[in-house]
Design a protein around this ligand. Structure first.
Ligand code: HEC
Ligand code: HEC
Length: 330
Protein backbone atom coordinates (compact mmCIF):
# COMPACT_ATOMS: atom_id res chain seq x y z
CA UNK A 1 0.00 0.00 0.00
CA UNK A 2 2.90 2.32 0.75
CA UNK A 3 4.16 1.90 -2.76
CA UNK A 4 0.73 2.65 -4.12
CA UNK A 5 0.65 5.90 -2.21
CA UNK A 6 4.07 6.93 -3.50
CA UNK A 7 3.14 6.05 -7.04
CA UNK A 8 0.04 8.18 -6.68
CA UNK A 9 1.83 11.33 -5.57
CA UNK A 10 1.67 13.07 -8.95
CA UNK A 11 -2.00 12.20 -9.11
CA UNK A 12 -2.59 13.53 -5.62
CA UNK A 13 -0.90 16.74 -6.65
CA UNK A 14 -3.11 17.09 -9.69
CA UNK A 15 -6.17 16.43 -7.59
CA UNK A 16 -5.00 19.07 -5.17
CA UNK A 17 -4.66 21.61 -7.97
CA UNK A 18 -8.04 20.66 -9.21
CA UNK A 19 -9.63 20.87 -5.81
CA UNK A 20 -8.23 24.32 -5.26
CA UNK A 21 -9.64 25.38 -8.58
CA UNK A 22 -12.90 23.80 -7.59
CA UNK A 23 -13.11 25.63 -4.28
CA UNK A 24 -12.17 29.02 -5.55
CA UNK A 25 -14.40 29.03 -8.56
CA UNK A 26 -17.52 27.11 -7.77
CA UNK A 27 -19.64 28.97 -10.26
CA UNK A 28 -17.46 27.88 -13.13
CA UNK A 29 -17.89 24.17 -12.50
CA UNK A 30 -18.74 22.63 -15.82
CA UNK A 31 -21.60 20.25 -15.47
CA UNK A 32 -22.00 18.13 -18.57
CA UNK A 33 -23.27 15.15 -16.56
CA UNK A 34 -26.81 16.46 -16.35
CA UNK A 35 -28.63 19.38 -14.87
CA UNK A 36 -29.49 17.87 -11.51
CA UNK A 37 -26.24 18.49 -9.65
CA UNK A 38 -25.85 21.59 -7.57
CA UNK A 39 -23.54 24.16 -9.07
CA UNK A 40 -21.41 24.44 -5.96
CA UNK A 41 -19.03 21.55 -5.72
CA UNK A 42 -18.58 20.35 -2.15
CA UNK A 43 -15.17 18.74 -2.12
CA UNK A 44 -14.54 19.38 1.56
CA UNK A 45 -16.70 16.73 3.17
CA UNK A 46 -16.16 13.79 0.87
CA UNK A 47 -17.27 10.44 2.28
CA UNK A 48 -18.17 7.15 0.67
CA UNK A 49 -21.76 7.09 1.91
CA UNK A 50 -22.46 10.80 1.55
CA UNK A 51 -20.63 11.63 -1.69
CA UNK A 52 -19.49 8.62 -3.69
CA UNK A 53 -22.31 6.15 -3.26
CA UNK A 54 -25.02 8.58 -4.42
CA UNK A 55 -23.11 9.09 -7.68
CA UNK A 56 -22.85 5.35 -8.16
CA UNK A 57 -26.57 5.04 -7.48
CA UNK A 58 -27.42 7.68 -10.01
CA UNK A 59 -25.06 6.74 -12.83
CA UNK A 60 -23.74 3.21 -12.35
CA UNK A 61 -25.99 0.83 -10.41
CA UNK A 62 -28.40 0.42 -13.31
CA UNK A 63 -25.73 -1.81 -14.89
CA UNK A 64 -23.47 -2.62 -11.94
CA UNK A 65 -25.83 -4.28 -9.48
CA UNK A 66 -27.98 -7.35 -9.11
CA UNK A 67 -27.17 -10.99 -9.74
CA UNK A 68 -25.39 -10.53 -13.07
CA UNK A 69 -23.77 -7.10 -12.95
CA UNK A 70 -21.82 -5.82 -15.97
CA UNK A 71 -18.14 -6.80 -15.90
CA UNK A 72 -18.88 -8.82 -12.76
CA UNK A 73 -18.76 -5.58 -10.76
CA UNK A 74 -21.58 -5.01 -8.29
CA UNK A 75 -21.16 -1.54 -6.83
CA UNK A 76 -23.72 -2.20 -4.13
CA UNK A 77 -20.82 -4.10 -2.55
CA UNK A 78 -18.20 -1.81 -1.08
CA UNK A 79 -15.57 -4.45 -1.86
CA UNK A 80 -16.25 -4.20 -5.58
CA UNK A 81 -15.98 -0.42 -5.52
CA UNK A 82 -12.81 -0.62 -3.44
CA UNK A 83 -11.39 -3.16 -5.87
CA UNK A 84 -11.72 -0.95 -8.95
CA UNK A 85 -10.67 2.10 -6.94
CA UNK A 86 -7.49 0.40 -5.76
CA UNK A 87 -6.60 -0.98 -9.16
CA UNK A 88 -6.94 2.38 -10.93
CA UNK A 89 -9.77 1.13 -13.16
CA UNK A 90 -12.39 3.32 -11.56
CA UNK A 91 -10.63 6.62 -12.25
CA UNK A 92 -9.45 5.43 -15.65
CA UNK A 93 -13.01 4.57 -16.62
CA UNK A 94 -14.75 7.72 -15.37
CA UNK A 95 -12.04 10.02 -16.70
CA UNK A 96 -12.35 8.27 -20.07
CA UNK A 97 -8.63 7.57 -20.13
CA UNK A 98 -7.03 5.58 -22.91
CA UNK A 99 -6.85 1.88 -22.11
CA UNK A 100 -10.06 1.89 -20.08
CA UNK A 101 -13.63 1.42 -21.15
CA UNK A 102 -15.28 4.83 -20.72
CA UNK A 103 -17.92 4.80 -17.96
CA UNK A 104 -20.81 5.37 -17.98
CA UNK A 105 -20.69 3.90 -21.49
CA UNK A 106 -23.58 5.92 -22.88
CA UNK A 107 -21.45 8.82 -24.06
CA UNK A 108 -22.22 10.88 -20.97
CA UNK A 109 -19.27 11.78 -18.83
CA UNK A 110 -19.62 12.47 -15.11
CA UNK A 111 -19.29 16.14 -14.19
CA UNK A 112 -15.84 17.32 -13.19
CA UNK A 113 -17.20 17.83 -9.69
CA UNK A 114 -18.29 14.21 -9.42
CA UNK A 115 -14.99 12.98 -10.80
CA UNK A 116 -13.20 15.16 -8.23
CA UNK A 117 -15.22 13.49 -5.46
CA UNK A 118 -14.03 10.06 -6.58
CA UNK A 119 -10.47 11.33 -6.78
CA UNK A 120 -10.57 12.78 -3.28
CA UNK A 121 -12.22 9.72 -1.81
CA UNK A 122 -9.60 7.44 -3.37
CA UNK A 123 -6.76 9.71 -2.31
CA UNK A 124 -7.97 9.79 1.30
CA UNK A 125 -8.86 6.14 1.71
CA UNK A 126 -6.56 3.33 2.74
CA UNK A 127 -8.16 0.37 1.05
CA UNK A 128 -7.96 -2.67 3.23
CA UNK A 129 -7.71 -6.05 1.61
CA UNK A 130 -10.87 -8.16 1.44
CA UNK A 131 -11.76 -10.03 4.57
CA UNK A 132 -9.41 -8.33 7.02
CA UNK A 133 -10.62 -10.44 9.93
CA UNK A 134 -10.27 -14.12 9.23
CA UNK A 135 -7.76 -14.80 6.51
CA UNK A 136 -7.30 -18.52 6.74
CA UNK A 137 -6.57 -20.00 3.35
CA UNK A 138 -9.52 -21.27 1.38
CA UNK A 139 -8.36 -24.18 -0.79
CA UNK A 140 -10.60 -23.02 -3.65
CA UNK A 141 -9.08 -19.54 -3.77
CA UNK A 142 -5.78 -18.54 -5.33
CA UNK A 143 -4.15 -15.74 -3.35
CA UNK A 144 -2.06 -13.04 -4.96
CA UNK A 145 0.35 -12.42 -2.09
CA UNK A 146 0.87 -16.08 -1.29
CA UNK A 147 1.13 -17.61 -4.74
CA UNK A 148 0.99 -15.24 -7.69
CA UNK A 149 3.33 -12.45 -6.61
CA UNK A 150 6.22 -14.74 -5.61
CA UNK A 151 5.78 -16.63 -8.86
CA UNK A 152 5.80 -13.49 -11.01
CA UNK A 153 8.66 -11.97 -9.03
CA UNK A 154 10.85 -15.00 -9.50
CA UNK A 155 9.82 -15.87 -13.04
CA UNK A 156 9.13 -12.51 -14.69
CA UNK A 157 10.09 -9.57 -12.49
CA UNK A 158 13.73 -10.57 -12.37
CA UNK A 159 16.42 -8.01 -13.02
CA UNK A 160 16.88 -7.51 -16.74
CA UNK A 161 13.33 -8.55 -17.54
CA UNK A 162 10.11 -7.05 -16.16
CA UNK A 163 11.64 -5.17 -13.23
CA UNK A 164 11.12 -1.41 -12.73
CA UNK A 165 14.66 -0.70 -14.00
CA UNK A 166 14.36 -2.56 -17.27
CA UNK A 167 10.66 -2.91 -17.86
CA UNK A 168 10.71 -4.75 -21.15
CA UNK A 169 7.82 -3.46 -23.22
CA UNK A 170 7.06 -1.18 -20.24
CA UNK A 171 5.51 -4.14 -18.48
CA UNK A 172 6.55 -4.31 -14.83
CA UNK A 173 5.69 -7.44 -12.91
CA UNK A 174 7.05 -6.85 -9.43
CA UNK A 175 4.09 -5.68 -7.38
CA UNK A 176 0.32 -5.54 -7.53
CA UNK A 177 -0.11 -1.98 -8.75
CA UNK A 178 2.57 -2.31 -11.39
CA UNK A 179 1.08 -5.59 -12.55
CA UNK A 180 -2.46 -4.25 -12.80
CA UNK A 181 -1.32 -1.02 -14.47
CA UNK A 182 0.68 -2.91 -17.07
CA UNK A 183 -2.60 -3.75 -18.77
CA UNK A 184 -1.80 -7.44 -19.07
CA UNK A 185 -4.59 -8.60 -16.75
CA UNK A 186 -8.32 -8.38 -17.39
CA UNK A 187 -9.85 -9.22 -14.01
CA UNK A 188 -12.33 -12.07 -14.36
CA UNK A 189 -11.21 -12.96 -17.88
CA UNK A 190 -7.97 -14.98 -18.12
CA UNK A 191 -8.47 -15.70 -21.82
CA UNK A 192 -8.44 -11.97 -22.49
CA UNK A 193 -5.37 -11.40 -20.28
CA UNK A 194 -2.08 -11.01 -22.11
CA UNK A 195 -0.17 -12.36 -19.13
CA UNK A 196 -2.03 -15.65 -19.30
CA UNK A 197 -1.68 -15.79 -23.09
CA UNK A 198 2.09 -15.33 -22.83
CA UNK A 199 2.69 -18.03 -20.24
CA UNK A 200 0.59 -20.55 -22.19
CA UNK A 201 1.93 -19.66 -25.66
CA UNK A 202 3.15 -22.65 -27.76
CA UNK A 203 5.41 -20.61 -30.01
CA UNK A 204 8.94 -20.61 -28.49
CA UNK A 205 9.52 -17.11 -29.90
CA UNK A 206 6.59 -15.71 -27.95
CA UNK A 207 6.28 -17.78 -24.78
CA UNK A 208 7.16 -16.20 -21.42
CA UNK A 209 9.50 -16.71 -19.65
CA UNK A 210 11.53 -16.98 -22.88
CA UNK A 211 13.79 -20.01 -23.45
CA UNK A 212 16.25 -21.14 -22.18
CA UNK A 213 14.31 -20.32 -19.01
CA UNK A 214 11.88 -23.05 -18.09
CA UNK A 215 8.19 -22.48 -18.79
CA UNK A 216 5.82 -22.32 -15.87
CA UNK A 217 4.46 -25.66 -14.75
CA UNK A 218 0.89 -26.75 -15.48
CA UNK A 219 -0.02 -26.07 -11.82
CA UNK A 220 1.45 -22.59 -11.95
CA UNK A 221 -0.41 -21.75 -15.16
CA UNK A 222 -3.61 -23.09 -13.61
CA UNK A 223 -3.05 -20.92 -10.53
CA UNK A 224 -2.64 -17.79 -12.67
CA UNK A 225 -5.78 -18.70 -14.62
CA UNK A 226 -7.82 -19.17 -11.48
CA UNK A 227 -6.51 -16.03 -9.80
CA UNK A 228 -7.50 -13.88 -12.80
CA UNK A 229 -10.83 -15.66 -13.08
CA UNK A 230 -11.49 -14.93 -9.40
CA UNK A 231 -11.09 -11.21 -10.07
CA UNK A 232 -7.30 -10.72 -9.88
CA UNK A 233 -7.58 -9.42 -6.32
CA UNK A 234 -4.70 -8.27 -4.17
CA UNK A 235 -5.53 -10.91 -1.57
CA UNK A 236 -3.58 -13.03 0.86
CA UNK A 237 -4.25 -15.68 3.45
CA UNK A 238 -2.62 -17.06 6.57
CA UNK A 239 -1.51 -20.64 6.33
CA UNK A 240 -3.58 -22.46 8.94
CA UNK A 241 -0.82 -24.43 10.61
CA UNK A 242 2.83 -25.04 10.12
CA UNK A 243 3.61 -28.72 9.71
CA UNK A 244 7.25 -29.10 10.68
CA UNK A 245 6.94 -32.82 11.36
CA UNK A 246 5.93 -34.34 8.04
CA UNK A 247 8.48 -32.62 5.87
CA UNK A 248 9.37 -34.24 2.56
CA UNK A 249 11.23 -33.06 -0.50
CA UNK A 250 8.33 -33.56 -2.89
CA UNK A 251 5.49 -32.12 -0.80
CA UNK A 252 7.27 -29.42 1.22
CA UNK A 253 10.60 -28.30 -0.24
CA UNK A 254 10.01 -28.60 -3.98
CA UNK A 255 6.76 -26.56 -4.05
CA UNK A 256 8.46 -23.70 -2.17
CA UNK A 257 11.47 -23.78 -4.48
CA UNK A 258 9.20 -23.85 -7.51
CA UNK A 259 7.10 -20.96 -6.31
CA UNK A 260 9.83 -18.77 -4.85
CA UNK A 261 13.23 -19.63 -6.37
CA UNK A 262 12.99 -21.66 -9.55
CA UNK A 263 12.34 -18.76 -11.93
CA UNK A 264 15.76 -17.27 -11.18
CA UNK A 265 17.62 -20.50 -10.57
CA UNK A 266 17.03 -22.74 -13.57
CA UNK A 267 18.63 -23.38 -16.93
CA UNK A 268 21.96 -22.18 -18.27
CA UNK A 269 21.33 -18.62 -17.01
CA UNK A 270 20.68 -19.64 -13.40
CA UNK A 271 21.38 -16.58 -11.22
CA UNK A 272 24.54 -16.64 -9.12
CA UNK A 273 25.47 -19.90 -10.86
CA UNK A 274 23.09 -21.66 -8.46
CA UNK A 275 20.77 -24.23 -10.03
CA UNK A 276 17.72 -25.19 -8.02
CA UNK A 277 15.93 -27.06 -10.76
CA UNK A 278 16.06 -30.62 -9.48
CA UNK A 279 16.59 -32.65 -6.33
CA UNK A 280 20.33 -33.24 -6.84
CA UNK A 281 21.14 -29.57 -7.34
CA UNK A 282 18.99 -28.42 -4.43
CA UNK A 283 20.51 -30.99 -2.08
CA UNK A 284 24.00 -29.89 -3.13
CA UNK A 285 23.31 -26.22 -2.36
CA UNK A 286 21.60 -27.23 0.89
CA UNK A 287 24.57 -29.32 2.00
CA UNK A 288 27.01 -26.52 1.23
CA UNK A 289 25.24 -24.37 3.87
CA UNK A 290 24.49 -21.67 1.33
CA UNK A 291 20.78 -22.41 1.10
CA UNK A 292 20.07 -21.83 4.79
CA UNK A 293 22.47 -18.88 4.89
CA UNK A 294 20.64 -17.26 1.99
CA UNK A 295 17.05 -17.87 3.14
CA UNK A 296 17.82 -16.92 6.76
CA UNK A 297 19.44 -13.72 5.48
CA UNK A 298 22.64 -14.53 7.37
CA UNK A 299 25.64 -12.30 7.08
CA UNK A 300 27.96 -13.28 4.26
CA UNK A 301 25.17 -14.62 2.06
CA UNK A 302 23.07 -12.90 -0.55
CA UNK A 303 19.57 -12.68 1.02
CA UNK A 304 17.04 -14.82 -0.86
CA UNK A 305 14.55 -14.71 -2.52
CA UNK A 306 16.21 -11.73 -4.15
CA UNK A 307 13.94 -8.65 -4.14
CA UNK A 308 11.10 -10.70 -2.70
CA UNK A 309 9.76 -11.04 0.81
CA UNK A 310 11.61 -13.41 3.12
CA UNK A 311 10.30 -16.95 3.33
CA UNK A 312 7.93 -17.50 6.25
CA UNK A 313 9.40 -18.75 9.53
CA UNK A 314 7.39 -21.89 8.88
CA UNK A 315 9.14 -22.52 5.55
CA UNK A 316 12.57 -21.77 7.00
CA UNK A 317 11.97 -24.27 9.82
CA UNK A 318 10.83 -26.84 7.27
CA UNK A 319 14.00 -26.41 5.18
CA UNK A 320 16.11 -26.82 8.33
CA UNK A 321 14.21 -29.97 9.29
CA UNK A 322 14.72 -31.44 5.81
CA UNK A 323 18.46 -30.71 6.01
CA UNK A 324 18.69 -32.13 9.55
CA UNK A 325 17.01 -35.29 8.23
CA UNK A 326 19.85 -35.63 5.71
CA UNK A 327 18.17 -33.99 2.65
CA UNK A 328 16.22 -37.13 1.73
CA UNK A 329 14.75 -37.46 -1.77
CA UNK A 330 11.29 -38.39 -0.52
C1 HEC B 1 -25.22 1.06 -19.39
C2 HEC B 1 -24.55 0.16 -18.50
C3 HEC B 1 -23.40 0.69 -17.67
C4 HEC B 1 -23.38 1.79 -16.86
C5 HEC B 1 -24.49 2.78 -16.59
C6 HEC B 1 -22.09 1.81 -16.23
N1 HEC B 1 -21.33 0.73 -16.65
FE1 HEC B 1 -19.45 0.28 -16.08
N2 HEC B 1 -19.41 -1.29 -17.34
C7 HEC B 1 -20.44 -1.64 -18.20
C8 HEC B 1 -19.98 -2.69 -19.08
C9 HEC B 1 -20.80 -3.37 -20.16
C10 HEC B 1 -18.63 -2.96 -18.72
C11 HEC B 1 -17.67 -3.95 -19.37
C12 HEC B 1 -16.97 -3.15 -20.42
C13 HEC B 1 -15.86 -3.91 -21.10
O1 HEC B 1 -15.42 -4.93 -20.58
O2 HEC B 1 -15.42 -3.43 -22.14
C14 HEC B 1 -18.31 -2.06 -17.63
C15 HEC B 1 -17.07 -2.01 -17.02
C16 HEC B 1 -16.74 -1.13 -16.01
C17 HEC B 1 -15.45 -1.05 -15.39
C18 HEC B 1 -14.23 -1.84 -15.77
C19 HEC B 1 -13.54 -0.94 -16.78
C20 HEC B 1 -12.44 -1.52 -17.57
O3 HEC B 1 -11.67 -0.74 -18.12
O4 HEC B 1 -12.34 -2.75 -17.64
C21 HEC B 1 -15.52 -0.07 -14.44
C22 HEC B 1 -14.42 0.39 -13.50
C23 HEC B 1 -16.84 0.47 -14.50
N3 HEC B 1 -17.57 -0.19 -15.46
C24 HEC B 1 -17.28 1.50 -13.72
C25 HEC B 1 -18.47 2.15 -13.90
C26 HEC B 1 -18.86 3.34 -13.18
C27 HEC B 1 -18.02 3.99 -12.10
C28 HEC B 1 -20.08 3.69 -13.63
C29 HEC B 1 -20.88 4.89 -13.23
C30 HEC B 1 -20.20 6.14 -13.28
C31 HEC B 1 -20.47 2.73 -14.64
N4 HEC B 1 -19.48 1.82 -14.79
C32 HEC B 1 -21.67 2.78 -15.34
C33 HEC B 1 -21.71 -1.10 -18.23
C34 HEC B 1 -22.10 0.05 -17.54
C1 HEC C 1 14.57 -12.64 -8.52
C2 HEC C 1 15.59 -13.65 -8.72
C3 HEC C 1 15.92 -14.59 -7.58
C4 HEC C 1 15.06 -15.32 -6.79
C5 HEC C 1 13.54 -15.30 -6.82
C6 HEC C 1 15.88 -16.15 -5.96
N1 HEC C 1 17.19 -15.90 -6.21
FE1 HEC C 1 18.77 -16.81 -5.31
N2 HEC C 1 20.06 -15.64 -6.32
C7 HEC C 1 19.71 -14.68 -7.24
C8 HEC C 1 20.89 -13.93 -7.63
C9 HEC C 1 20.93 -12.77 -8.62
C10 HEC C 1 21.98 -14.51 -6.91
C11 HEC C 1 23.42 -14.05 -6.93
C12 HEC C 1 23.48 -12.99 -5.84
C13 HEC C 1 24.84 -12.49 -5.55
O1 HEC C 1 25.79 -13.18 -5.87
O2 HEC C 1 24.87 -11.38 -4.99
C14 HEC C 1 21.42 -15.56 -6.11
C15 HEC C 1 22.17 -16.35 -5.24
C16 HEC C 1 21.64 -17.39 -4.49
C17 HEC C 1 22.42 -18.24 -3.61
C18 HEC C 1 23.90 -18.11 -3.31
C19 HEC C 1 23.95 -17.16 -2.12
C20 HEC C 1 25.33 -16.98 -1.57
O3 HEC C 1 25.58 -15.87 -1.08
O4 HEC C 1 26.11 -17.91 -1.64
C21 HEC C 1 21.56 -19.14 -3.05
C22 HEC C 1 21.90 -20.25 -2.08
C23 HEC C 1 20.25 -18.83 -3.57
N3 HEC C 1 20.34 -17.76 -4.44
C24 HEC C 1 19.12 -19.51 -3.20
C25 HEC C 1 17.84 -19.06 -3.51
C26 HEC C 1 16.66 -19.65 -2.93
C27 HEC C 1 16.65 -20.84 -1.98
C28 HEC C 1 15.60 -18.96 -3.43
C29 HEC C 1 14.15 -19.17 -3.13
C30 HEC C 1 13.77 -19.21 -1.73
C31 HEC C 1 16.14 -17.94 -4.32
N4 HEC C 1 17.50 -18.03 -4.33
C32 HEC C 1 15.36 -17.04 -5.03
C33 HEC C 1 18.44 -14.42 -7.71
C34 HEC C 1 17.27 -14.95 -7.18
Amino acid sequence: MKRFKLASLPLVFLVFLWVSACKHDPAEMPNPGGGEEPEICDTVNVTFQGSVFPILQQYCLSCHSGATPEAGLNFENYEDVAFVARSGQLLGAIRHEAGFTAMPPSGIKLSDCNIAKFEIWIRDTTFTEPDPGGNTCDPDTVYFQNTILPLLQSSCGIIGCHDPGTATGRIILTDYNYIMNSGVITPGDPQDSELYEKITEDDPDKVMPPPPNASLTAEQKAAVFKWIQQGALNNYCDQAECDTVNVTFSTTIWPVVQGRCFGCHNGPNAQGGISLDNYTNIAEVANSGRLMGAIRHEEGYAPMPQNGSKLSDCNITQFQKWINDGTPNN
